[in-house]
Write a protein that binds this ligand. Structure first.
Ligand code: PLP
Ligand code: COI
Length: 344
């Protein structure tokens, strides 16, 4: 099901798979400047086989969601944070930055143009928004392109992990790492994901939903889940790995830290987290966060012959409270006292 009319989509059984929507935004960078950008029908683009993105992977992207509220408003969550992160990724890959105000404006334009694809409120689904930038200009030597494209398209989605709030089983991998100090781990660039697919495939064959990556130097400290940030509740404190360059600084992560501190009064520790700590009695809950994953409880963590099941296999109380707070604010059911929500 790729090309389907908005009214023929079964919004109640959506997963996280590609479906075409009506319109996309496209903007070109030539002669050292961006054009105004415009909405066009969703479709293929033409690109030189010598494009930098095709040869050397000069690409960055973002992930965002537009949600329907009960009252029928359409909301975005902290879109200017995605715009800022987009530019941090761009700088790491020697790509031109994109004006943050224009980025948010373009997001709104694409959402409005595809609004008939926003899943109804009661489905719990969202219109996933995928902004990306590619080095589209031709190049032979390893250096940045001279021409770029920003493209923004949308896809109606359901939960990223089919188990949803029931919790997922994860495996810690010591065999594969995602990013090393000095590398591109903090940038949202396609090659970080291409390199993680083998680890994900192998763990899924064993029945796990995803891997948890460890740091590349010591193979001891937790970095993140393949597509989400990692949290543990240890002795009633909320503990999460530092964003010191090798993990993606998640916008959901940043928001959950603030909610836990200000709304639940939790003590937060951003620090190195040894995977061994998860197997101690003090570690009572673990979960992961992301735009696609929202807050997904982690039912169990395994490494080699060791396995620990958390909260008797049920979502823990802190995970549940944080999920209710975050999704309540995102859908404007709880007062948005942090000014995170943008109504389109
Ligand atoms: N880590 C990785 C590797 C991701 O792909 C994502 C998803 O975007 C996240 C963390 C969470 O980031 P955010 O909460 O901004 O979506
Ligand atoms: C997101 O959560 O938006 C992501 O980018 C994760 C994944 C789908 C790449």
């Amino acid at each position: 099901m790729i090309n389907v009319d908005a009214k023929d989509i079964d919004y109640y059984s959506l997963g996280f798979d590609f479906i075409e929507t009506k319109a996309m935004f496209i903007s070109d960078y030539k002669n050292d400047k961006w054009d105004q950008g415009k909405l066009v029908p969703f479709g293929n683009i033409e690109i030189s086989p010598a494009a930098c993105v095709l040869n050397y992977g000069q690409e960055i992207f973002e992930g965002m969601k537009a949600l329907s509220t009960k009252k029928g408003d359409i909301t975005l969550f902290r879109p200017e944070e995605n715009a800022k992160r987009f530019n941090k990724s761009a700088e790491r890959l020697l790509m031109p930055t994109y004006d943050t105000h224009r980025f948010v404006q373009a997001i709104k334009q694409v959402v409005i143009a595809n609004k008939e694809y926003i899943p109804p409120y009661d489905t719990g689904g969202a219109l996933y928004i995928r902004p990306l930038m590619i080095g589209s200009g031709p190049i032979l030597g390893v250096k940045p392109a001279k021409e770029y494209k920003v493209i923004i398209f949308t896809v109606p989605v359901g939960p990223y992990f089919p188990q949803g709030f029931m919790g997922i089983d994860l495996e810690i991998t010591k065999e594969y790492t995602r990013a090393a100090p000095g590398g591109t781990g903090y940038a949202k660039t396609g090659s970080n994901y291409a390199g993680s697919m083998l680890a994900a495939k192998l763990t899924k064959e064993k029945g796990f939903s995803q891997v948890i990556f460890l740091d590349a130097v010591n193979k001891e400290y937790i970095e993140e889940v393949g597509t989400a940030n990692f949290f543990a509740v240890i002795e009633d404190k909320l503990v999460t790995p530092l964003t010191s360059g090798t993990i993606l600084p998640g916008i959901t992560r940043m928001s959950v830290i603030e909610l836990a501190a200000k709304k639940l009064g939790m003590v937060i520790e951003e620090r190195d987290v040894s995977y061994k700590e998860l197997f101690d009695d003090g570690c009572i809950e673990v979960f992961c966060t992301g735009t696609a994953a929202v807050i997904t409880p982690i039912k169990s963590v395994s490494i080699e012959q060791q396995k620990k099941v958390f909260s008797g296999g049920e979502p823990g109380q802190y995970t549940r409270k944080l999920y209710e707070l975050l999704t309540g604010i995102q859908r404007l059911e709880i007062e948005d006292e942090f000014n995170w929500v943008v109504v389109v």
